[in-house]
Design a protein around this ligand. Structure first.
Ligand SMILES: Cc1ncc(C[n+]2csc(CCOP(=O)(O)OP(=O)(O)O)c2C)c(N)n1
Ligand code: SF4
Ligand code: SF4
Length: 1325
């Protein structure tokens, strides 16, 4: 049954589908002891708080290692597990390994998505929705919060109430938790926070791994335990959950983001039942935690304020808990080892027992160093590694016990940077420990520190060797870096050639795929199939470039007969798959192929001769030198034949099994088909059959190519058009003085060679020049639209909807056309007399088009036809280049019309967004309307990734004026405030400038009368974008000329100097997604809306957190199945626009009753709900009105997104968006606040402001069938398939909500009209 609680109005309804698939099992309380204690298992003696504190004395022995356990070899002998529960060997990643344990041992989890920790939250949400029962006898309660700050607050609350609570996060998310981390630690609450450690956003955001985040919380009073591999992620998670209970100290359990969190590795996974005895061992501690909880049955007070008399002592009273932690953790590690058979130490030494050179490190880098240690020692060196697991509390005693007495020179590696410090945190701890030991009479050792692997920079055995080599020097370099070339402050170590430290028999594979072509998914399946072999170990890791889709993915797979712990990228592949024909020319894919290895290309070539004609000589020479077993398969043709189109992954996966021979084909094919059923079953039988057919057709399509010996002498042809440097974009960049940046940074990064760039080529502080995407020329479309002039009616809609600004209308004169390429056909322009004589054309850039075909589908006249790129690349590229050289004639049109807007230069072009993305057309349009005076504050989200992934900057400039949007991203959570700050800063600077103008005008003696008049004119209109622009055009040359005259007064020079920056009225846009606006940034957004300041807010509403993979936001509609709402969303979408209208849309107090001196008459908010694809004119009106409104404007924009799962694909998203409006799912309206409406004057001459705002409902009629619309989107249809009854009822309620919202909007519109009518007689009076 579905029940609805109605709390006053629609937007507060909660729908509870009590029979949902996701229904939670009723909790049947049982006494904890009966749940946890199998007979005979000993319990923890006494709750710690009741025990005498056990003094752990930190002593420094004379010789750091005297009496210590002997150093162990790199392969520790395994203990036999005592559990009767069999471990299963499974290929999983670090996030899943951790989440398994966290779920088993926690009552409740509060979650929030952040890469790369998100999958942990996703796992527990799915398991909870399936009703999985954990060791506490519960289905975990999982609740997504509005931010990590909220998570930490809720965590604190749940712990205070006696629950076992956990969460998962990293990076900025972890930073948002710091205030509550102090609280939780201060109150000695047991808790585990699992962190996929990630870099912090400083000069740039990085989603990649290092230890900056965890190091930023090391002072918060949490114990910190580090896992070094996927296997350890499981084991240390278990240790953390147990130890926190015993110690009454909260634990951060962390491991390296991506390298461990996302590495798939074959590990031994224990069933949760295996942990039950261990849980039983902490039953008393759990009872104690529960007994200490806030409860009226035994009330106490916490969180008091304390004075100078007791605060200090209260802090010190907790010391004994921290002193006890190391022993507790070691004891717990031993207990866990008894179950798993894997012993661990707080500080674990591997290497030569008599090593003189030792590295101290923590995290996945340890695995690399461990391999290197074995390699070097096998060659007669004496080196070792001390691995750190327990970082906080730091136990000097255990550290010294782990360090071999022979160690004379120590290098401490930190995966973090603490600018301005003497050294990084781990180094400082080690240095202090050794110094104290030396002072106490111990040996004097040399210790140096260095940084490595920041932002997931690969850390290889050659780099580890470089660190050991540095220690061999008489004076080893301190404060070094390894893995980069620092040619500015010269910190870097020289790294020699790579060394092969892999376990013998390891087979390595590399697959170059294109984002969204399915390569990564297929490889994940492949590694799981391979790992099923009893004696086979396997590992998979995936690296991506910054594009949202169509970017490069490189899959690194290893498998072999011995365990694989090599935590670095594949350097020399036995098998190389190149899944896009153009990659072979564009990237140096072959540099990582082993001589004689297998190389498979997805290409249309059938012979060596065809390849020779198409490939650069450099590639031919490389092939000749490597002598690979070379194969070509036309995977697209096979996929097309079975109806899969672009999805070539099954073809490529099948040929991999065929050519690698890793699994015999007679076993591989059934396994592949089994995995297809699992992966595509949800999409229906047809898709399963198509994929199986692709498997069957793959092998016969393979063509073996013999590499001709003559290729060794292939000669270079002159650089062609696609060599970038001759393109108009590159020429324009050269003219702007950023050519060196393109050459030195952009090009190598685009060629996937950014790793080799030295420090000196970068400008510190995070600056990126504009317009760099223009030289990317990704050429990722398989089919590109071509213009059929005879059908075209010149509406420009194709350009209006294009997400990538890759199709543009252009005007040319007959004289200009005389020099046009042959295929540059045109039509006489339609329109006013002013346009007579111009010819019109629509031009596509084939190298920038993503092939989404939105333009083809949207064209009402069938004037665009998608053609294979091979046919159009050369002629249309030439046409595009010619078109770009023509003058822009946007001035001939009204830029506030749909057609006219598209003649304006888009100042956001060729972004990295997905094909067909619904976000980008809005922002592109904004830049066409206001781009030359726009400042964008962009929340983190898709729009900051497609809009600002260095060095790709899609925001560009008008080549004549040099002006364009200035864009910045602060954080996810603070974007509204950031934008407001930008506005306030500019407002204040312009106000002082205006004061200077006023003084000069008032003085009357400076400058010409003409100039003073122009200045006066400017003062009148300085806050009106359009008029101010016109005034500035007049003023600027006058100012410049008169200020440049000899002896010009200082006041004039001051005004001239500021004119460029301050004359134009800035148009401040605060842009972000619904996750930002509805959830994490809502508090700030609310405050900014209330401020009444002149800022514009654009919410790109995809109805989920698209950038992190599609999690629920409060914008997610009722009944949608998205991540973190695996059972379907049971609460209606929050109505942000209505909230703004109702709260801040009217009721401004008149100046006479307002005591604030700084009364702002534009306090009311302008609001619009728009859908670009459904009503082009309405979105234009809304943008123009919002920008003109002097207060806050809020535009909520419906943005179709790949994550919504439109069944016919994103090329049909325009139709889908139109349907959304037609069925009333997305209403279109504009709210003009009362302050914008005309005032009236009464008979006594008093001016009355309008009392009510006015709503214009632009989507008046609801038609069409909501169910049909919902059925076309996977986010809704998946619930229908999973639980038809629940979905039917939720959809029914969705329809009710739509109807009542429409009724309300109509009412509001009518009310506005009524007020207007009432006002009229007075007005006439
Ligand atoms: C404090 C913090 N928490 C989490 C994240 C991770 N994160 C980045 S973007 C994003 C989702 C953005 O969603 P939305 O605002 O809807 O924009 P969209 O990607 O859909 O355009 C999240 C959760 C972050 N960057 N910072
Ligand atoms: S196919 Fe897509 S990217 Fe290419 S021009 Fe058309 S709308 Fe733009
Ligand atoms: S909003 Fe959706 S379609 Fe656009 S870039 Fe993000 S994930 Fe891709």
């Amino acid at each position: 049954m579905v029940s609805a609680m109605t709390l006053g109005c629609n937007s507060t309804r909660i729908y509870v589908a009590t029979h949902c698939a996701g229904q939670r099992r009723a909790l049947v309380p049982r006494p904890l002891s009966t749940r946890l204690s199998p007979a005979g298992f000993s319990r923890v003696p006494k709750p710690l708080q009741d025990r005498e504190s056990r003094a752990v004395t930190v002593r420094f022995k004379e010789n750091g290692n005297s009496g210590a356990q002997p150093a162990r070899s790199p392969s520790p002998t395994r203990q036999e597990p005592s559990s009767k529960h069999k471990a299963v060997n499974k290929a999983i990643d670090g996030n899943e390994a951790t989440a398994n344990v966290a779920y088993a041992m926690s009552d409740v989890s509060f979650i929030y998505p952040i890469t790369p920790a998100t999958p942990m939250g996703e796992h527990v949400d799915v398991w909870a929705s399936e009703g999985r029962v954990n060791l506490l006898g519960n289905t975990m309660q999982v609740l997504e919060m509005e931010s990590e700050a909220g998570v930490a607050g809720a965590l604190h609350g749940a712990l205070s109430a006696g629950a076992l609570a956990t969460t998962f996060t990293c990076s900025q998310g972890l930073l948002l938790m710091i205030p509550n981390m102090y609280k939780i630690a201060g109150e000695l609450l047991p808790c585990v926070l699992h962190v996929s450690a990630r870099a912090l956003a400083g000069e740039a955001l990085s989603i990649f791994g290092d230890h900056q985040d965890v190091m930023a919380v090391r002072q918060a009073g949490w114990a910190m335990l580090c896992s070094h591999s996927v296997q350890e992620a499981q084991d240390m998670a278990l240790v953390s959950h147990l130890a926190t209970l015993k110690a009454s100290v909260p634990f951060v359990h962390f491991f390296d983001g991506f390298r461990t969190s996302h590495e798939i590795s074959k590990v031994s996974v224990l069933d949760q039942e295996a942990y039950r005895p261990l849980m039983a061992g902490v039953a008393d501690a759990i009872e104690h935690h529960r007994a200490n909880a806030l409860n009226p049955a035994h009330p106490h007070q916490r969180g008091t304020s304390q004075g100078p008399d007791i605060y200090f002592q209260m802090l010190e009273a907790a010391n004994k808990y921290y002193l006890a932690v190391p022993e507790i953790v070691q004891q717990t590690m031993d207990e866990v080892a008894a179950i798993t058979g894997r012993p661990h130490k707080l500080f674990e030494y591997v290497g030569a027992p008599d090593a003189e050179r030792v590295i101290v490190a923590m995290g996945s880098g340890c695995k690399v160093i461990e391999e290197t240690v074995a390699y070097l020692n096998a060659r007669g060196e004496k080196v070792g590694l001390l691995k750190v697991r327990l970082f906080r509390p730091w136990s000097a005693e255990h550290f010294l016990a782990g360090l071999p007495a022979s160690a004379k020179k120590i290098a401490v590696l930190d995966r973090t940077k603490e600018a301005g410090s003497q050294g990084e945190p781990l180094y400082l701890d080690v240095a202090a420990t050794l110094a104290k030991q030396a002072v106490a009479g111990g040996v004097l050792r040399s210790v140096v520190g260095g940084r490595y692997g920041l932002g997931s920079k690969d850390f290889t055995p050659a780099m580890a060797k470089a660190v050991f080599d540095n220690l061999s020097a008489d004076k080893p370099k301190d404060a070094f870096t390894v893995g980069i070339t620092d040619d500015v402050t010269f910190t870097s170590l020289r790294v020699g050639p790579e060394i092969n430290t892999l376990p013998q028999g390891t087979y390595q594979c590399l697959f170059w795929g294109m984002g969204s072509d399915g390569t990564v998914g297929a490889n994940k399946e492949a590694i799981k199939i391979i790992a099923k072999g009893d004696d086979t170990f396997a590992q998979a890791y995936f690296s991506y470039d910054a594009h949202k889709s169509g970017g490069v993915t490189v899959s690194h797979l290893r498998f072999g007969p011995k365990p694989i712990t090599s935590s670095y990228l594949v350097g020399e592949a036995d098998y190389l798959g190149i899944h896009l024909q153009s990659y072979l020319s564009k990237y140096d894919c072959l540099s990582r192929l082993k001589p004689g290895g297998v190389c498979v290309l997805n290409a249309t070539w059938k012979s060596a001769r065809e390849m020779e004609a198409a490939l650069p000589a450099k590639v031919l020479r490389q092939l000749a030198a490597l002598g690979p077993q070379l194969y070509v398969v036309d995977a697209r043709a096979v996929a097309d034949a079975v109806g899969l189109g672009k999805r070539i992954n099954m073809v490529m996966q099948t040929v991999f099994f065929q050519l690698s021979g890793v699994v015999p084909m007679e076993s591989a094919v059934p396994l592949l088909k089994e995995s297809i059923k699992k992966a595509y079953g949800k999409k229906g039988e047809k898709v399963v059959m198509q994929n199986c057919a692709a498997v069957d057709g793959a092998v016969s399509a393979l063509v073996k190519i013999e590499v001709p010996a003559a290729w060794a002498n292939a000669n270079d042809a002159p650089e062609g058009r696609l060599g970038h440097s001759h393109t108009p974009a590159a020429q324009a960049a050269a003219a702007k003085g950023v050519a060196h940046f393109l050459e030195e940074v952009v090009k190598p990064v685009l060629a996937m060679e950014g790793d080799r760039l030295p420090v000196s080529v970068f400008r510190p502080g995070g600056f990126m020049p504009p317009g760099t995407t223009a030289i990317e020329q990704r050429t990722i479309a398989s089919h590109v639209p071509v213009w059929e002039a005879s059908n075209c009616t010149q509406c420009n809609i194709c350009a209006f909807v294009c997400p990538h600004a890759a199709i543009r209308p252009v005007l040319a004169t007959p004289e200009e056309l005389a020099a046009a390429p042959a295929g540059f056909n045109t039509l006489p322009i339609k329109g006013s007399k002013d346009l007579a004589g111009y010819q019109y054309r629509v031009q596509v850039s084939p190298v920038d088009c993503t092939g989404c075909e939105l333009c083809v589908h949207v064209c009402p006249d069938e004037a665009l036809k998608a053609e294979p790129i091979a046919q159009v690349l050369a002629p249309e590229s030439a046409n595009w280049d010619f078109m770009k050289a023509l003058p822009n004639r946007g001035d001939l049109f009204d830029k506030n019309t749909v057609r006219g807007s598209q003649f304006q230069q888009p100042l956001m072009e060729f972004s990295g967004a997905c094909e067909g993305c619904g976000e980008t057309p809005y922002v592109k349009l904004l830049t066409q309307m206001f781009g030359e005076r726009m400042v964008v504050a962009n929340a983190t989200g898709c729009s900051s990734i497609w809009g600002g992934s260095a060095p790709s900057n899609p925001y560009t400039v008008n080549p004549i004026t040099g002006r364009g949007p200035a864009w910045a991203n602060s954080l996810f959570e603070d974007n509204a405030q950031f934008g407001l700050g930008i506005h306030m800063g500019l407002k204040q600077r312009r106000a002082s400038y205006a004061n200077a103008v006023k003084s000069l005008v008032a003085d009357g003696s400076v400058g010409s009368a003409e100039l003073r008049m122009a200045l006066e004119e400017w003062l009148q209109v300085m806050d009106n974008g359009l008029l101010c622009h016109q005034a500035s055009l007049v003023l600027t040359p006058l100012l410049e000329t008169e200020a440049a005259a000899p002896g010009a007064p200082g006041a004039l020079q001051y005004l001239a100097a500021g004119s460029k920056d301050l004359l134009e009225k800035p148009s401040v846009w605060i842009v972000g997604g619904d996750g930002w606006a509805y959830d994490i940034g809502f508090g700030g957004l609310d405050h900014v809306i209330a401020s009444g300041e002149d800022v514009n807010i654009l919410v790109l509403d995809t109805e989920m957190y698209s950038n992190t993979g599609g999690q629920k936001s409060k914008s997610t509609p009722l009944g949608a199945v998205v991540k973190f709402a695996a059972g379907g969303k049971s609460r209606a979408k929050k109505d942000l626009a209505m909230l703004a209208m109702e709260t801040y849309g009217q009721d401004v107090y008149v100046a006479s009753v307002c005591l604030e001196a700084n009364y702002n008459q534009f306090l009311c908010v302008y609001v619009a709900s728009v859908c670009l694809e459904a009503n082009y004119n309405q979105v234009m009106k809304a943008f123009a009105e919002a920008e003109a409104h002097k207060g806050v404007s809020l535009i909520v924009a419906y943005a179709p997104c790949v994550m919504q799962g439109i069944s016919e694909g994103m090329s049909c998203s325009v139709n889908e968006a139109r349907a959304a409006v037609e069925v009333g799912y997305w209403p279109l309206y504009r709210w003009t606040p009362s302050t914008e409406l005309p005032s009236t004057t009464d008979s006594e001459g008093y001016v009355h402001l309008a009392e009510h705002g006015k709503l214009t409902l632009d989507s008046k009629r609801i038609k069409g069938n909501l169910e049909d619309f919902l059925a076309r989107e996977n986010r809704f249809s998946s619930l229908t398939r999973k639980n038809p009854k629940a979905s039917e009822e939720l959809h029914h309620h969705l329809q009710d909500d739509i109807n009542s919202r429409q009724a309300k909007l109509k009412r509001m519109e009518a009310e506005g009209k009524e007020m207007d009518r009432k006002d009229k007689p007075e007005q006439q009076a």
